[in-house]
Design a protein around this ligand. Sequence first.
Ligand SMILES: [Zn+2]
Length: 194
Amino acid sequence: MELLCCKIGDGSKALFWLDNWSGRGSGPLKDLFPALFYNERNKWCVVKDRVIYGLPYDINWQWKQPPWHPTIFHMISQCKQLISPITLQIERDKWVWGATNPIEFSVGSVRALIEERLLPYDNFKIPWIKWVPLKVNVFAWREGLDRIPSKDCLIKRGISINSMCSFCSVHSESSVHLLLRCGIASSVWDKVFM
Ligand SMILES: [Zn+2]
């Protein structure tokens, strides 16, 4: 969620302490200044409740008890410094997505980011042939990824079985052997290409 950031407009949507709005990657203020958050009277306040329109250096703090310790005063100063570049605008707050090149939040942008960051990269492609049944294309795709349940794949997944080829019982059964190199498979291919 640290990738989701609010670009402050009128400050009416972003939660002052709980949302990530003060700067890309800096996180919510509650995590940066936990002692101040503890002393906040309304933990669900929005940005415009604290940041005064047109006065970026003045903050409308609402403390449970007046700040009492030099460390607290130092934190207040740091917090003001962090958010001082942000001023309230006329337009509404806008959620942006992405750490390096923020773009406006949308389902499509989330999907693209998940694909980019979380899904394993795989550049394996097979030609999709329309005139054969779908299951044949899927089988070829799985075979290309070495994902058909040949005996060596099943053994890798912890299944205890005899590793020898089901056709010839001479070689271990990999997908390549099963489909290309086995004598039985070769004789089938010979008939296909006769
Ligand atoms: Zn064989």
